[in-house]
Design a protein around this ligand. Sequence first.
Ligand code: ADP
Ligand code: MG
Length: 267
Amino acid sequence: MTPNEKTAADTPLLECRSIERRFGGLVAVTGIDMDIMPGEIFGLVGPNGSGKTTLTNAISGFYPPTKGAIKLAGRDITGMAPHKVAALGVARTFQNLALFNGMSVLDNILLGRHIHMRPGVLRTALYWWLARPEEIANREVVEEVIEFMQLESIRHELVDGIPMGLKKRVELARALVAEPRLLILDEPMAGMNQEEKEYMARFVLDARDERGVTVLLIEHHMDVITGICDRMLALNYGEMIASGAPKEVVKDPRVIEAYIGGARGTG
Ligand code: ADP
Ligand code: MG
C-alpha cells in the first residue's frame, strides 16, 4: 500500500477497536472505538488529561496500545513503528511544537518530505538535494504547500523568531508535504486568539477540500472545531463519553459535566 492508494469510500480510513493504553498502573485510555471515514474531519475533544494525545500516540506508533487493534485502510497497523506508520500515509503535528530551532522555515518544511526521499538524503544538505533535476516532483510539492499555507514571505526566516501562530502553520505545512492520507493535528489552535483560530480552521478545511486529506483534529476547547468537524468523539478520564454529530456531542450532559466539573487546567 502506498500513501496515495485509494480506499473504497465505505471502508474507514482509520479503525480503532477497544484501544487501551496503560503507563504502569495508570490507565490513560481504555475501551476506545473510533472509525474515521475517508474525507472526514473528525474531532477528538475532552478536558486536559482525558487521553487525547495518548490515543494519537497509539495510532502513530509512538506509544503502542496495550490492548486493542488499529487498522489503516483495512490494514493492521497495531504496534507498528512510527516511521512505518508515517510511510503508510499518517502525518501528525505535536501538541508541543516539534520544530527545529536554528533552521529556517523552508528547511523545517523540507524535513516533512523525508518519507519520499531516498535513504541517505538527510545526511546531505536538503536544499541542494532538492535542487537536483530528478527531484523536481518533490520540490513542486514543497513549493505548492508553502504557497497553500501562505508562508512564502517568511520561508528563509529561522523558526526560532516567528510568532506561535506562524509556527503552528509551519508545522502543518511540514505535515502536508508528506502528502498524508490521514493528518493528525494535536491542538493546532492552542495558544491562539479567536482570529488566529479561525484562520487555522480555514487551513484545515482547505486541506481536506483541496488536498484530499482526512483529518483527526484534537482540541481541548470546543468552540471553533465544532464548526468544522463532521463527527466528534469526546473523552473524559480516558473513556468515551459521547460521539456523533458535533451539535449533539456538545449538548450531551456528560460532555457538559466533564467540562464544567472538570476545570482541570486551560491548555
Ligand atoms: P490529553 O492529551 O487529553 O490532555 P494525555 O493523553 O496527554 O491527555 O494524558 C492522559 C493521561 O495519561 C494523563 O493522566 C497523563 O498524565 C498520562 N500520560 C500521558 N502520557 C504519558 C507518559 N508518556 N507516561 C506516563 N503517563 C502519561
Ligand atoms: Mg494532549
